[in-house]
Write a protein that binds this ligand. Structure first.
Ligand SMILES: *Cc1c(COP(=O)(O)O)cnc(C)c1O
Length: 448
């Protein structure tokens, strides 16, 4: 059921088709290069793009900008304690800042970190410590048609194989990312979290939860895990997070804020070590690179994230987008996860050769057809891997209405209908680091 009404609005408009054509060409067929004002429905990411509540704006005005001892930090700390159950909190400017603080403290050269699936920035921070990131997803994660309820789970079996190979003494960190962002936002069960924790204890590793979407994950648990069908989202969140020694959090996701993040832990020594590293990279431990007002807004956002009405509205919107796309015959990854719907570009464009970026072609066609911006997560974003050619439509929190969703579905259906007319793309110029090319590279249509 709808849980909000608007009291502040932002004007949007759909540029003409000719203008959209020109914009695409000027952007080098890379939608990261578009001006946001030229986008009608922006589903590039759900990170920091959501709408804050009136209560968050009110808290923001009262933000305490003191360098040390800010009362806004106290509010954030209390929110983390109440909602997540962790006594010690080290703020950071966003999730990757928190990753630098935590993984820089826990990992060193030659170590191995295990994760259900490393999110891009997590992988980069593990590698930046000279450690090796190894993914341990369950098999179903890679099957877009499997209807298993917890395709985001951490595979203890796979993790055991890795430990047998590299030795337990070289694996100081086990991470569960909830929901599993890089596996189509699929949830992780509480039972699996408990098993991952036990496994971490067995090998004497620190068990970390990447809690970016902990509330969305908890909502799926109340729907799908028998033991928790009568539990509240707030109770499940506390129980699930309670298995971890430490959390890394991006406030731009289930903090319902536009900026910010933190590390939280139950371990006093780890807390002290993280604080020292945070001072070096983020800021004094009562602001950590955030403005006081941003901490104040996130403190309120964390509490709102576990309200039943919020999280039901959120998950329902993603599910509705997925169902409507399926009804229109658009192939998607199922079941839909917590924050986005993933379109299968290979199935949509069987005539676009594999080397000509079918996913990026789909991203461009969605913009050309309806001013909709998504993001490619296939061979363009991840060169030299065998990822499926997926395009992600991520929904900003509390931002778009049913009319926007209908427009996106109509746009995708029109792209599908004109599928035979599209041509592939090739790279015209790209930056030196291939892993980051999808942010800035320029492409051009392959002449047919
Ligand atoms: C977004 C995200 C991060 C990084 O957070 P930022 O705020 O973007 O730096 C880390 N892990 C996961 C799972 C994420 O989704």
């Amino acid at each position: 059921m709808v849980a909000y009404k608007s009291k502040m609005v932002e004007r949007i408009s759909l540029p003409s088709r000719e203008q959209r054509e020109r914009n695409l060409e000027a952007a080098g067929y890379n939608v990261f290069n578009l001006d946001a004002a030229d986008v009608f429905v922006d589903l590039l990411t759900d990170s920091g793009t959501g709408t804050m509540s009136d209560a968050q704006w009110a808290a923001l005005i009262r933000g305490d900008e003191a360098y040390a001892g800010s009362s806004s930090f106290d509010r954030l700390e209390s929110a983390v304690q109440d909602v997540m159950g962790f006594p010690y909190v080290v703020p950071a400017h966003q999730g990757r800042g928190a990753e630098n603080v935590l993984y820089g403290t826990l990992l060193s050269e030659g170590d191995v970190a295990l994760n259900n699936t490393h999110f891009d920035t997590t992988r980069a921070h593990v590698a930046n410590q000279g450690a090796e990131p190894v993914d341990c997803p369950v098999d179903a994660a890679h099957d877009p048609d499997s209807d298993e309820p917890f395709k985001g789970n951490f595979s203890v079996e796979r993790a055991r194989e890795v430990v047998d190979e590299v030795g337990a003494e070289n694996v100081p960190v086990v991470v569960s990312t909830i929901t599993n962002n890089s596996a189509a936002g699929q949830p992780v069960s509480v039972e699996n979290t408990r098993a991952a924790r036990e496994f971490a204890d067995e090998i004497d590793a620190t068990f970390v939860i990447d809690a970016c979407r902990f509330a969305e994950n908890a909502s799926f648990v109340t729907e799908r895990e028998a033991t928790f069908t009568n539990a509240s989202v707030a109770d499940v969140a506390r129980e699930q997070l309670g298995y971890a020694d430490a959390l890394v959090m991006s406030g731009k996701k289930d903090g319902l804020a536009n900026a910010g993040g933190f590390v939280a832990t139950t371990d006093r020594d780890l807390y002290e070590a993280c604080k020292q590293r945070a001072i070096l990279y983020e800021g004094f431990p009562t602001y950590g690179g955030m403005a006081g007002r941003d901490m104040a807004a996130m403190a309120v956002g964390l509490r709102e994230a576990v309200e039943e009405a919020y999280v039901a509205d959120r998950i329902d919107q993603v599910r509705e987008l997925g169902a409507a796309l399926e009804a229109a015959g658009v192939p998607i990854y199922t079941p839909t996860g917590g924050h986005a719907v993933y379109l299968d570009a290979e199935a949509i464009f069987p005539t676009v050769p594999a080397g000509q970026f079918p996913g990026q072609v789909l991203v461009c066609e969605l913009y050309r057809e309806g001013g909709v911006r998504g993001v490619e997560l296939g061979s363009f974003a991840f060169p030299n891997t065998d990822r499926p050619e997926l395009v992600r439509l991520a929904l900003p929190r509390r931002t778009y209405h049913r009319e926007h969703i209908e427009h996106v579905v109509d746009t995708a259906a029109a792209v599908l209908e004109n599928r035979t007319e599209v041509t592939g793309l090739r790279i015209e110029s790209e930056p030196e680091i291939p892993e980051l090319r999808h942010f800035t590279a320029e492409l051009e249509p392959v002449p047919s």
